[in-house]
Ligand binder design. Structure first.
Ligand SMILES: Cc1cc2nc3c(=O)[nH]c(=O)nc-3n(C[C@H](O)[C@H](O)[C@H](O)COP(=O)(O)OP(=O)(O)OC[C@H]3O[C@@H](n4cnc5c(N)ncnc54)[C@H](O)[C@@H]3O)c2cc1C
Ligand code: FES
Ligand code: FES
Length: 499
């Protein structure tokens, strides 16, 4: 086995950095600004919501080819240095290294199109667009709007910023990856990714093993010492708690050195998604099997969050407004859990026992999620209602899946709502009421009204800053009506197409 590392290894703007001790537990923005004096990366919200701190990150795994590395925009304010182990990182200062004699094309276009006033958001916007060009995505207005979902500007009109993106001169564009990612750097990061790491500072620790049994041993042995480490994935949930001072101590166990957890597999029965697969990867890879879910992920957070955050993090976080959960519940997704006793499979509908409480022992980890393919003819709709469309937390969310047989009799129904109780709920009693209905009756205004009212009366949502109980009750009923309305419209459109 390779020797253990006592440092986190990153390259920042092409320069090798061994991160030890306290520095490993800083956010990337603090490390850049306070330790390296690279202050082009700005911090405004410190919770992943404004994009001022956007940088590019290219993580490398143990079995990755150099050509497979992706440089993508992430938020530096909520990501911990240890979570970036084995990555190449580019800050706004790095762009100057690519074009030492002149402005980077995105900077130049921002200047030419008057895309900046006070300039505080500008480095973050330039980095988000640089991330878009790494993909590379076409410089269309639609793409510009999508890739800038996570960037706020308070003083320049957004139109100038969009104009700047669309008019960027990319005739001799040099991608950050092409400039910074040499074979020797890649080889060194791959070797590091094959080496266990353990960094400690006072009562903070960061540990990552290169095989699953060592990872489980570590969880087990620390548990015996009553000091259970917390699993860190991308830390988009945990990082906010740290940057806001709600989690004083980091006792982090990372799964980033376990190659099997980066796997995405399609079998005849399901898609299997490893715990380290990001939401951006998931969104593109699952497009064919689960088109509705892939589209739904467009309104999950921002590109900066999705480029880093994992599906498993969303599941394990267990929030009643976790956006992926209603979908996973109606699909009866299987959560694959590994502990020292072996592997067990748990239907996600049996995973949650209370507000952010999971049927998961502290010595267990979630390794994969299996999402069964939709049955032929199954119809699925996913909804999220929030105060704004992009980069906002759900007030109420819902998933509806129905299937009719050849005689138009409803043979399967699954309904789940988020934001209405301590956990996301499957409405099994309502599902039973629906089964056996003929499509005409199912879609009739009377039945729609009856079922919507019955869903409303079966749920008792709370009031909070995102909406009162009354408002949520109205949403709950209206989402069902919307589902019936859209479903009916699609049926009619389908019949018209056939004719
Ligand atoms: C600005 C912003 C916007 C957001 N927008 C949305 C949104 O639109 N919708 C939404 O639902 N969420 C949103 N989130 C929340 C968050 O991004 C998601 O929940 C994300 O999926 C968490 O993934 P992660 O990899 O960052 O998890 P982490 O923060 O690393 O971990 C989350 C939890 O999961 C546990 N965990 C992680 N991996 C495992 C594992 N393999 N086994 C067992 N436990 C594990 C961790 O211990 C922790 O308790 C947002 C967050 C931010 C900061
Ligand atoms: S400072 Fe606002 S997203 Fe990081
Ligand atoms: S230019 Fe001032 S915040 Fe964008």
């Amino acid at each position: 086995m390779n020797k253990q590392r006592d440092f986190v290894l990153v390259y920042i703007n092409g320069k090798r950095r061994e991160i030890r001790g306290q520095q490993a537990f800083l956010t990337l923005s603090d490390y850049l600004r306070l330790e390296l004096q690279l202050r082009g990366t700005k911090v405004v919200c410190a919770e992943g919501d404004c994009g001022a701190c956007t940088v590019l990150s290219g993580p490398v795994t143990a079995d990755m080819k150099s050509t497979d590395v992706d440089y993508q925009a992430i938020n530096a304010c909520i990501v911990l240095m240890h979570s970036l182990d084995c990555s190449q990182l580019i800050s706004i200062e790095g762009l100057n290294q690519i074009y030492p004699e002149r402005l980077h094309p995105v900077q130049k276009s921002m200047l030419d199109c008057h895309g900046s006033q006070c300039g505080f958001c500008t480095p973050g916007i330039v980095m988000a667009v640089a991330g878009m060009l790494e993909v590379p995505a076409k410089l269309t207005e639609k793409n510009a709007r999508n890739y800038l979902t996570g960037n706020l500007c308070r003083c320049t009109g957004y139109q100038q910023i969009i104009d700047a993106v669309v008019n960027t001169d990319i005739s001799d564009y040099k991608a950050a990856k092409t400039h910074f990612h040499s074979d020797s750097i890649h080889a060194e990061l791959v070797t590091a990714a094959q080496t266990p790491v353990s960094v400690h500072y006072k009562d903070n620790s960061f540990i990552a093993a290169t095989d699953i049994s060592a990872t489980l041993d570590c969880l087990q042995s620390q548990q015996e010492n009553t000091d259970v480490p917390q699993i860190f994935a991308a830390a988009t949930d945990l990082g906010v708690q740290i940057s806001k001072g709600h989690l004083a101590r980091q006792n982090a166990l990372s799964l980033h050195l376990l190659p099997a957890l980066y796997e995405f597999k399609i079998t005849p029965e399901h898609c299997s998604i490893g715990a380290r697969v990001t939401l951006t990867q998931l969104r593109s890879r699952i497009k064919q099997q689960q088109a509705e879910f892939s589209d739904f992920l467009n309104i999950f957070a921002s590109p900066q969050i999705k480029n880093n955050a994992t599906l498993v993090g969303n599941i394990a976080n267990g929030s009643p407004i976790g956006d992926t959960l209603p979908f996973l519940m109606v699909m009866d997704a299987i959560i694959v859990i590994q502990g020292s006793q072996g592997i067990r499979r748990c239907n996600i509908n049996k995973l949650y026992s209370g507000y952010r409480q999971l049927e998961l022992a502290a010595s267990e980890i979630i390794t994969h999620v299996e999402i069964p393919h939709k049955a032929d003819g199954a119809e699925l709709k996913l909804y999220k209602v929030s105060q704004r469309r992009d980069l906002d937390i759900s007030c109420v969310s819902a998933a509806f899946k129905v299937q009719f047989d050849q005689h138009n009799i409803l043979i399967d129904a699954a309904i789940a709502y988020g934001g209405v109780a301590a956990t996301v709920l499957r409405l099994t009693a309502v599902e039973t009421m629906l089964k056996g209905l003929h499509r005409d009756e199912f879609s009739s205004p009377e039945k729609c009204q009856e079922i919507a009212a019955s869903i409303g009366s079966s749920l008792n949502p709370l009031s909070d800053v995102r909406g009162s109980d009354n408002f949520r009750n109205t949403l709950i009923e209206n989402l069902y009506k919307k589902f019936i309305h859209e479903q009916k419209a699609e049926q009619i459109a389908g019949v018209c197409d056939e004719n």
